[in-house]
Design a protein around this ligand. Structure first.
Ligand code: ADP
Ligand code: ASP
Ligand code: MG
Length: 420
């Protein structure tokens, strides 16, 4: 018998009525002869409420206790959903992360799943029950509850699908698929029928909150057929797979963006050999995630390095660097906040020169200052002021013809002010 994993996010389980709706939807799948595992998030904005509660006790609550607290959100949903199945005449059992055998590394608030002991779920599924599993949580080797990072229920679902060798994993949410950009902020964003794992991974990593990046990573590494679809309709959603067969000529497939970026510039003494390593080792030791790094060396000015981090980790970064200023050997540190990162993503960029030039041209014509740039084979990101984030995303989305389903096949269509 084939297994399917269905995941429902916070909005899709926000009320008891919606939870009953989820049970009905899962029953329809079971009636097709499938074994069904359902992964759920905390109801509505529960996780935010729990974060707020902790914030009222302490500005730096112990991370272990945060995991303990946040994991309770999903536990409410699993029990209610299992009750809904019973009410509808079906057998179901709910499982927390550890009961479902989800073992993670010991990194509070952002743990990676290491392995899943599926024996118990397999047994329960074989007996014809629905398995209802709490998303976003697991247990480390010494028995501490861990959580997987915001949005991590997607990862629970895909990891379970891989471990149970499910035929597919469906992510049910409040949009009917993956769009060319976040439809809440970008006018004319349209649903994609398909997207490749690699493009989806970039979009997710660059701020497209519709999927947790590690969920996409798991799906890619384990060849899990993955789709994103609406919990409020039966429309087919977006399929995420290795190779796409539609709209293959699109150079840019999506625009992603994220606010809350800070730029730190450290100016150091000459000679500076080793200073880069000192700075970034110190940050790594403290598990501070650094994104874009730009070094600047000239004969006129002291050497400096700028890097971007999330604004949330700014205070910790400042403290870590200042505490070891002597040891690292730098002169001064400047900080710029209220920045954002806007990115264009598409596999078609690999073989198309001029995409970056075009991007800078569009931003210049909108008078948007670019503070930092980073590129990879299939994406270009720019750091711009946060107040310009939505405007930048809309301008790029339009300029690359994403809303009009117009295929941009080559860069000869681009008119670069710089080259004429
Ligand atoms: P859930 O609670 O179901 O996990 P999320 O809020 O995590 O839902 O993800 C769905 C949201 O992701 C959408 O409401 C949408 O605003 C946002 N989003 C961001 N980028 C995209 C995109 N490219 N396509 C679709 N939705 C996107
Ligand atoms: N409840 C968690 C969050 O809000 C996990 C999830 O919904 O995926 O981030
Ligand atoms: Mg989500």
């Amino acid at each position: 018998m084939k297994t399917i994993v269905m995941k429902f996010g916070g909005t899709s389980v926000a009320t008891p009525e919606k939870i009953i709706g989820v049970a009905k939807r899962a029953i329809r799948e079971k009636e097709k002869g499938k074994r069904v595992v359902i992964v759920v998030s905390a109801m509505g904005k529960t996780t935010d409420t729990l974060l707020g509660l902790a914030g009222e006790i302490s500005s730096e609550p112990p991370k272990r206790e945060m995991d303990m607290l946040l994991a309770t959100g999903e536990q409410v949903t699993i029990s209610l959903l299992a009750m809904a199945f019973k009410k509808l005449g079906h057998e179901a059992l709910s499982f927390t992360g550890w009961q479902a055998g989800i073992e993670t590394e010991s990194v509070p608030r952002n743990a990676r799943i290491e392995q899943i002991h599926t024996e118990r779920l397999e047994r329960v599924l074989e007996n014809g029950y629905f398995c209802v599993v709490a998303g976003f949580q697991g247990v480390d080797k010494i028995g501490n509850i861990t959580t997987l990072g915001r949005g991590g229920s997607d990862t629970t679902a895909v990891a379970l699908a891989a471990a149970l060798k499910a035929e597919k994993c469906e992510i049910y949410t409040d949009v009917n698929g993956v769009y060319t950009s976040d439809p809440r902020y970008v006018t004319g964003a349209r649903k994609l029928q398909q997207i490749s794992y690699d493009e989806m991974l970039e979009l997710a990593n660059l701020g497209a909150g519709v999927l947790h990046p590690r969920a996409v990573e798991f799906a890619k590494n384990n060849h899990v057929p993955l789709s994103v679809r609406a919990s409020y309709s039966d429309e087919p959603g977006t399929i995420i797979q290795e190779v796409i067969t539609m709209e293959t000529n699109l150079i840019v497939r999506g625009v992603a963006f994220e606010p809350g970026v800070a730029r730190v510039t450290v100016t150091y003494k000459k000679p500076f050999n080793g200073s880069l390593a000192n700075i970034f080792n110190k940050l790594a030791e403290n598990q501070i995630d650094v994104d874009i790094i730009v070094q600047s060396i000239s004969d006129e000015f002291p050497p400096s390095v700028s890097f971007s981090i999330s604004q949330e980790s700014l205070e910790e970064t400042r403290r870590v660097l200042m505490e070891s200023q002597e040891e690292i050997g730098f002169l001064s540190m400047n900080v710029e906040v209220a920045l954002s990162k806007v990115s264009i993503v598409g596999s078609g960029m690999v073989s198309n020169p001029g995409v970056a030039a075009r991007m800078f041209d569009i931003l210049r014509s909108e008078e948007i200052p670019v503070k930092m740039v980073s590129t990879s084979e299939i994406k270009i990101s720019v750091v711009v002021p946060e107040i310009e984030m939505t405007k930048s995303a809309n301008a790029l989305h339009n300029a690359y013809g994403l809303s009009e389903e117009e295929l941009i096949e080559d860069t000869s269509k681009f008119s670069l002010n710089t080259s004429s």
